[in-house]
Design a protein around this ligand. Sequence first.
Ligand SMILES: Nc1ncnc2c1ncn2[C@@H]1O[C@H](COP(=O)(O)OP(=O)(O)OP(=O)(O)O)[C@@H](O)[C@H]1O
Length: 461
Amino acid sequence: MSENITRRKILIIEDNQTTSLIYRNYLGKEFEVTVVDNGAEALESFQQHMADLVLLDLNLPDIDGIQLLQSFREIDKHIPIIIVTGDSSYEQVSKALHLKATDYLTKPIDRGRLNVTIANAFRDVRLTKRISHLNSSSKPYIFHGMVGRSPAITTIFEIIKSAAKSSASIFITGESGTGKELCAEAIHLESDRRNRPFIALNCAAIPRELLESELFGHVRGAFTGANTERVGAAKRADGGTLFLDEIGELPVDLQSKLLRFIQTRKFQPLGSNELVAVDVRFVCATNRDPHEAIAAGILREDLYYRLNVLPIHLPPLRERGDDVVLIARELLKAISLEENKSFQRYSNAVESVFRVYKWPGNIRELSNTIRKIIVLNDGDVITPGMIPSNLIEPRQQITQSPAEDSDQATVNPLQPMWKVEQEVILMALKHCDGRVRKAAKLLEIDPSTLYRKIERWNLKV
Ligand SMILES: Nc1ncnc2c1ncn2[C@@H]1O[C@H](COP(=O)(O)OP(=O)(O)OP(=O)(O)O)[C@@H](O)[C@H]1O
C-alpha cells in the first residue's frame, strides 16, 4: 500500500475534554482527527472543508447542536454527520435525523459501535458516488424481481450487491409493502449462499407462544402437544440465510435468546440441553421505526446494534418517481396473464393518476389495485373509469403543500391563472366521473388539449 495515502479527516465537536480524549484514542490511529469544543469554531472549520465526516455533540455551550447541524447541511448536503447525544432523548434524535443527520450515537461511546457507525457512513458516501455515476448511463431495471430505475431504488440495488459479499447481519427498514422480503431474497441470491436455503420467518404471523419453537425447534415432549421433534428455522437455514421479518414482534425474552444465538452461532432447541451450531447469515426487517421501537421498549437496543451492521432503508413508492409506472406495467403483464385477460396497457390519464396517488400501502397496494381492476374489467386498455374511486380525491393532484397554499392566500387573495384553470378542470373531471372526453366537451375545449393539461400538471382524473 502506498505510504502517501491521505488519511480521512474527522471533525469532532465535543466540549467535554475527557470525551474528546476518548475519541482521539479510538480514532486517532486511523483518521486525522480535529477536535473543537464550541459551535463557532466548528462552523469555521466546517466552512474551510476540513472534514470528510463530522461527529457532532448536540449539547454545546454556545449554540444549539440542532441549529449547527442545519447550518452544516445547508453548506454540504452529503457529508456524513453523526450526532452524539448524552441522554438519548428520542425527540432530539428524531429531529436530527429529520434534518438529515446520517446516524446517531448515545453516550457513553462504545468503541465497536463508533467504528461500525463511521464505517457505514463512509460506505454510504461511496455508494452515492457510484450511483450517480450509474444513473448517468442506461441500466437494466429489474433486479431479482425488484423493478425500478429511480436513483432511490438503484441505490438500493448497489447496496444489496455490496452487502451480499459480506456475511454481516443486515437490518432492513421500510414501510409495509415496500419490498423488504424481496430485498432479503435478493441479498441471498447475490451472496455465495445462493445455493443453500433462504428461510423466512414472519414473527408477526406466528402466535407468540409458538415463536421460540418455530425459530429454534423443539425435542419430543418439550411441551404439551409436542409429540414429535421439530426442526426450527435456525437449523433449516444452516449454510444459508435466515430472514426474520417483523423482528419487533419477537417477545423481548426471545430477543435475548436470539442475541445469544447471533453472538455464538449456537442455540438450544426447546426442551433440549444440547447446543446446536449452525452457519447462518442474518437478515431481519421491520416496518416500524427501530429507534421508536427501542424507545418504547419493544426492541432490545443491543439486539438492534448487533443486527444493524449493514442497514438498508427501502424508500416508499411515492419517493421513487416514475418507478410506479414501470412497476405497474410489469404487474399488468403478469396479472393479465394470470387472470387470463387481454389488457395491454394503461391510458396516459391512468398513469398520471398512478404517479400522483401517494400509495400508503406501497407496491402491495399497487399490485392489489391492479389485480382488482383486471378482475373486474375487460378490454385492452385500462381507462380512468376503471380506477377505484379512493385513488381519485379532489385536489390531490395539485402538488403544493397546504402550507404553501395558506401562505399564498395570506399574501395574495387572487389565484394565479394556472391554478384557476387546474381547479376548473378538476371540477369538470370530477363532475364527469373522470371521463376526459366528456369533461372536455363540458369545458368546450379539444380533448387532446385537456389530455395535455392533465399530463403536464399530473392531474388525477
Ligand atoms: N421493486 C419492486 N418491483 C416489483 N414488485 C415489487 C417490488 N418491491 C416489492 N414488490 C412486490 O410487492 C409485494 C410486497 O413486497 P414484500 O412482501 O417484499 O414487502 P414487505 O416490505 O416485506 O411488506 P410487509 O412489511 O408488509 O411484510 C410483493 O408482491 C413483491 O413481490
